[in-house]
Design a protein. Structure first.
Length: 68
């Protein structure tokens, strides 16, 4: 993912994004997210809610982690 995509993913899944906005911390959040995304890989895993696919998701994670 590009840096922009990584920051967008971090924003989409941030904990309490409304609180960040309410506290006026959006510029700080954007800065910190950009620094983080530039220094570490950001992944996005989509999984089905079915437990039948759980093993497949675990395998994807294991494969990716083994490359780190």
């Amino acid at each position: 993912a590009s840096l922009v995509q990584a920051v967008e993913h971090l924003r989409a899944f941030a904990y309490r994004p409304r609180l960040v906005k309410a506290l006026g911390q959006e510029p700080l959040w954007l800065n910190r997210s950009t620094v983080l995304a530039a220094q570490a890989p950001v992944y996005h895993l989509e999984r089905l809610w079915s437990l039948k696919q759980l093993g497949h998701g675990v395998k994807l994670l294991q494969d990716e982690w083994s490359r780190l």
